[in-house]
Design a protein around this ligand. Structure first.
Ligand code: SAM
Ligand code: DTB
Ligand code: SF4
Length: 321
């Protein structure tokens, strides 16, 4: 049964159950709604990089932190479509374009993004964007261009949010997610662990996601990639068990969602990633770069798929056809 009335206590109990029991329960829920061999392969592209006015403490693209990220204005439509074709040729069925913007503005850059969305949509891939805050009208415009999904992360709990970001508030995030939902665009919303939050923040974020009027279709779980120059540069690596607890709990409370093992895979072994798949993760980002930081390359992931006998999930649009 799909529930949106989970209590914090119920989620906490699941989250804290003995880890092997937790994995078993998540694996069972996973099998009720998904083919456990199938993993969705998505490619990210940073179409506008760096120079962001926000102060997200984890982010190498915030203008105020001195990181090695080079600022790059919005890419040209042709260039982006070439990258999308490469992603498709390497086996990705979802293509996500990210921009280091606080919010979308109604200017020529947005018109260009609309052209990018139309172009990728015509390639029969699920097209996704992550561009910051959106108004209802902007969401409608993206939908009309063929946008399939929009990523907008809660990142952490409402209580901890202000320790990580001060230039916008939690409600801003929830409002954009609502605007995306109302435009009938598939919602991708998740967060990051390893930023110094405590267990109750992790449970709090999962609780907010699982009690939205409708669950996000896609829930990315990122492990912080600590980047030199950001306030979180010295954060310790999270253990695989912390990732497993997040993924398994997300799988149990939002069983139909795609749960994405997102940032942080470069520091995980194949065996650790296998545990995450066992715990219900069924999506990854492929390619040697996320937005600005390294990711295991396509060849390494193909090897992993072979060893674990996984197969790439078709684009949802094709599955419907
Ligand atoms: N500017 C838009 C926004 O903030 O929504 C879109 C791009 S932003 C880079 C997308 C997401 O990437 C963030 O919400 C965050 O969850 C994730 N992210 C950014 N830097 C990260 C890092 N160093 N480690 C893990 N995840 C990160
Ligand atoms: C998400 O949850 N993780 C992706 C995607 N959505 C946009 C981004 C991860 C970014 C990691 C840091 C970087 O490469 O800049
Ligand atoms: Fe800007 Fe997004 Fe990075 Fe925050 S996460 S600094 S909004 S690019």
């Amino acid at each position: 049964m799909i529930r949106t009335d989970w209590t914090r206590e119920e989620i906490s109990e699941i989250f804290n159950s003995p880890v092997l029991e937790l994995i078993y329960r998540a694996a069972t829920a996973h099998r009720e709604h998904h083919d456990p061999q199938e993993v969705q392969v998505c490619t990210l592209l940073s179409v506008k990089t760096g120079g962001c006015p926000e102060d997200c403490a984890y982010c190498p693209q915030a203008a105020r932190y001195h990181t090695n990220v080079k600022v790059h204005k919005l890419m040209e439509v042709d260039e982006v479509l070439e990258k999308a074709q490469e992603a498709k040729d390497s086996g990705s069925t979802r293509f996500c374009m990210g921009a280091a913007w606080r919010e979308v503005r109604d200017n020529r850059d947005f018109d260009k993004v609309i052209e990018m969305v139309k172009g990728v949509n015509a390639m029969d891939m699920e097209v996704c964007c992550t561009l910051g805050m959106l108004t209802p009208e902007q969401a409608e415009k993206l939908k009309a261009a063929g946008l399939y999904a929009y990523n907008h992360n809660l990142d952490t709990s409402e209580e901890f949010y202000n320790d990580i970001i001060t230039t916008r508030n939690y409600k801003d995030r929830l409002d954009t997610i609502e605007n995306v939902r109302k435009a009938k665009i598939s919602v991708c919303a998740g967060g990051i662990i390893g930023m110094g939050e405590n267990e109750s923040d992790r449970i709090g974020m999962l609780h907010t996601l699982a009690t939205l009027p409708e669950h996000p279709e896609s829930v990315p779980v990122n492990a912080l990639v600590p980047v030199e120059g950001t306030p979180l540069e010295d954060q310790e690596k999270v253990s695989v068990w912390e990732m497993v607890r997040m993924i398994a709990t997300a799988r149990i409370i939002m069983p139909k969602a795609m749960v994405r093992l997102s940032a942080g895979r470069v520091r995980m072994s194949l065996e650790e990633q296998a545990l995450c798949f066992m715990a219900g993760a069924n999506s990854i980002f492929a390619g040697d770069k996320l937005l600005t930081t390294p990711n295991p390359g396509v060849v390494k992931d193909q090897e992993m798929f072979q060893v674990l006998q996984l197969k790439s999930r078709k684009a949802h649009k094709e599955q419907l056809a």
